[in-house]
Write a protein that binds this ligand. Structure first.
Ligand code: SF4
Ligand SMILES: [Zn+2]
Length: 332
């Protein structure tokens, strides 16, 4: 049985590599446990399982203890990312005093990234941000229909644009997350949607991070996935979307797919997944489109192309790798 999460301990802390000031640097990532995303309490987004990382009744003292633990793991990395499985700028999640403490503890690092829904980006909140702040927004898609029907995001693309421009207007950085293949979308439509969302986000983003759908537990996406009505995107689709964004947007294009290579995350045939994901990672740092050219010669690339043709013919985003469609696919 899963142990009850402890309110005075962060959900996770780890180290990774990312970019700052145009160079690869060490980064520390911390996920704080908070009361949870305000939108998740109203039903939340179709693919989001972050509610599981939240604990009701987290106090300011608990958050202070969590920050203490995060600081004990901090080794001076130039890039620090503090996530909350919700909105860092929502005072119901992170009270003002805690926010100020985090800003002051990490005042010396090059970049301090946190995420927020646009409705918490008020003029007052923007004025309180430190010079090293990067605000991340989960735009997901620039198509209002997709946001409303497929994701249930609870805001429109214009809301995200307004908030991001306010952050940019204060001279700070913005990272925008674009989703690849939200529920009810075919593979080819998903590539189109991600590419046009990146074009929309480019105006207000320093970085565009492409997030392929990852099927999280206890979500509406998981229900569709378990019924075979959804397949997370192929890594080939991620590569294709990034290749098309490259050179057409000014922002740095990156991706670090959660669950990549597993049945719940972006995956290919299994044999080439690691090499294909390594190419995505390389490109995220170098921005050199040659890193995305034929990164992993594999027969499944042709299967991916057939998959997209089959989806278009059948007009369904269901998982064609499963069940009765398999034979049909093989013949196409
Ligand atoms: S994806 Fe973000 S906004 Fe949507 S429910 Fe999850 S934490 Fe909240
Ligand atoms: Zn393969």
């Amino acid at each position: 049985m899963r142990e009850a999460p402890s309110p005075d301990r962060p959900e996770a802390v780890w180290k990774e590599r990312d970019m700052s000031g145009g160079a690869p640097v060490d980064a520390m990532v911390a996920i704080l446990r908070t009361d949870g995303c305000a939108w998740a309490k109203k039903g939340g987004c179709s693919m989001c399982g972050y509610g599981r990382a939240s604990v009701r009744g987290v106090t300011e003292g608990d958050l202070s203890a969590q920050i203490g633990e995060v600081l004990s793991r901090y080794a001076g990395e130039p890039f620090v990312k503090i996530y909350t499985s919700g909105s860092f700028l929502d005072e119901a999640e992170i009270p003002l005093a805690v926010r100020e403490r985090i800003f002051s503890e990490f005042a010396g690092c090059e970049r301090l990234l946190f995420e927020s829904r646009p409705e918490f980006v008020t003029a007052e909140a923007v004025a309180s941000l430190p010079r090293n702040a990067t605000v991340a927004f989960g735009l997901e898609s620039s198509d209002p229909e997709v946001l409303e029907r497929s994701i249930g995001k609870g805001f429109g693309p214009g809301d995200c644009r307004r908030a991001a421009l306010a952050v940019k207007g204060a001279g700070l950085s913005v990272r925008t997350y674009v989703m690849l293949k939200p529920p009810f979308m075919t593979e080819s439509r998903a590539i189109e949607d991600a590419v046009s969302s990146a074009a929309f986000a480019d105006e207000f983003s320093d970085e565009i991070s492409v997030n392929p759908l990852n099927v999280q537990r206890a979500t509406r996406a998981e229900r569709l996935w378990s019924q075979g009505e959804l397949r997370p995107p192929w890594i080939w689709s991620l590569i294709e979307a990034m290749r098309r964004m490259s050179g057409t947007v000014r922002a740095r294009v990156m991706s670090s797919p959660s669950g990549g290579g597993s049945a719940r995350g972006a995956h290919n045939c299994g044999a080439c997944d690691a090499a294909a994901l390594a190419a995505v990672e390389r490109f995220s740092f170098t921005q050199d489109p040659r890193d995305l050219d034929a990164p992993a010669p594999c027969g499944c690339r042709a299967a991916w192309e057939s998959y997209m043709r089959a989806e278009s013919l059948l007009g369904t985003p269901s998982d064609l790798d499963r069940g009765m469609f398999n034979d049909l696919m093989m013949r196409m």
